[in-house]
Design a protein around this ligand. Structure first.
Ligand SMILES: *Cc1c(COP(=O)(O)O)cnc(C)c1O
Length: 356
């Protein structure tokens, strides 16, 4: 499929934001990629054109029944202006897994990668240079058929937008305070916790607001069935180093298979750390804190890479982890992943994909 490219006229190009004040999700580039799907026709009309508002019928099915999925990945600029993506095929495949679960059409991996690459290269000047900054890329698919009635839509729109984002921890790590929710859950067995479905995030807001109101940064989600096992933190995967064992909950339908999670597991094992993907009860975490064997805890995700956890609130009690400081393993993993992403170190796993 040939992608049509319609460039924005120079006079309509947006001024680039100050790279030292980017934040997250506030600025978007000049163009967007999009492609349509219709039952019987398949995917068609791939185009990169100026960023614009979408026109949707008020009955567009995504607005009523939540058929909407997305991905999140980044493009990084190296020291010699090389441009890298980090394990992009993982995001492409995960998007197709999400699509299948919500009865949405898959996208050919080659077509998807080609669109991603051409779009990012057209927006190359938007990839910031400031240390730790990057271009955040958001592929999204929505159901667009104009009809009410719960059934899979017969029409879809797939689009890719992107915007420059700053280093998550611009002034060094600041360990987060997490709130264990034992009332609300994020994902239930048989549900959609393992995919990036928009509705999952809507459903998580209420518990997040409770946590924020109590002075915490994120919610630590427990399993829906027994409210006993730790699952994820906010929209990131979670790791605990107890003694010399690095533990993260196993994928099993309720955990989002994070690309960063997988990278942490492989890198930590490469460093010689014992890594276990196993159920971890919140009681085991609390007992380890009380015994002094919980060395550190951190979350993993594309936005922050590694996010150290400094405090946990559970059953009306507050517990300090590693004296509220960033752990040595969290720091080492963070440094190593960043070096790989920005092309400043050998990449033993071939995760980096240079596109320019
Ligand atoms: C996206 C996401 C993650 C992290 O995935 P990465 O591929 O590492 O960015 C973890 N949990 C949830 C719920 C997510 O949406």
């Amino acid at each position: 499929m040939e992608i049509k490219i319609i460039k924005a006229l120079p006079k309509y190009l947006k001024p680039k934001p100050d790279e030292t004040k980017l934040g997250f999700g506030r600025h978007f580039t000049d163009h967007m990629f999009s492609m349509k799907y219709k039952n019987g026709t398949g995917w068609h009309e791939p185009v990169i054109e100026p960023y614009h508002l979408l026109q949707l019928d008020p009955t567009a099915m995504c607005l009523h029944y939540g058929q909407e999925i997305f991905e999140g990945l980044k493009a990084y600029r190296g020291k010699k202006d090389e441009i890298y993506l980090f394990r992009p095929l993982e995001n492409i495949r995960r998007m197709n897994t999400s699509a299948e679960r919500l009865c949405m059409p898959p996208i050919d991996e080659t077509v998807f990668f080609d669109a991603l690459k051409k779009f990012v290269l057209l927006e190359k000047d938007w990839i910031p240079r400031e240390s730790g900054s990057s271009l955040y890329i958001r592929p999204t698919m929505i159901a667009t058929e104009a009809a009410l009635g719960v059934h899979p839509s017969g029409e879809y729109l797939f689009f890719i937008i992107a915007g420059p984002v700053g280093a998550y921890y611009a002034h060094g790590f600041s360990p987060t305070k997490i709130y264990v929710s034992n009332e609300y859950v994020r994902a239930a067995p048989g549900g959609t916790g393992q995919i990036k479905a928009a509705g999952n995030y809507a459903a998580s807001l209420y518990a997040s607001r409770i946590a924020t109101n109590m002075g915490y940064t994120q919610v630590l989600w427990l399993d829906a069935r027994e409210k006993k096992y730790v699952e994820e933190v906010g929209t990131s995967n979670i790791f605990f180093l107890i003694g010399d064992e690095l533990i993260t909950p196993p994928l099993g339908g309720t955990i989002l298979p994070g690309v960063t999670r997988d990278s942490v597991i492989k890198l930590a094992a490469h460093f010689g750390v014992k890594v276990s993907e196993r159920p971890l009860a919140i009681d085991e975490v609390i007992a380890a804190i009380e015994k002094g064997t919980l060395q550190e805890s951190f979350a993993s995700g594309t936005a922050a890479v590694i996010s150290p956890v400094g405090q946990i609130f559970y059953n009306n009690k507050e517990y300090l982890i590693n004296s509220g400081k960033t752990g040595a393993l969290a720091q080492k993993l963070f440094n190593e992943i960043m070096h790989i992403q920005y092309g400043s170190k050998h990449d033993p796993f071939n995760w980096r994909v240079q596109i320019s």
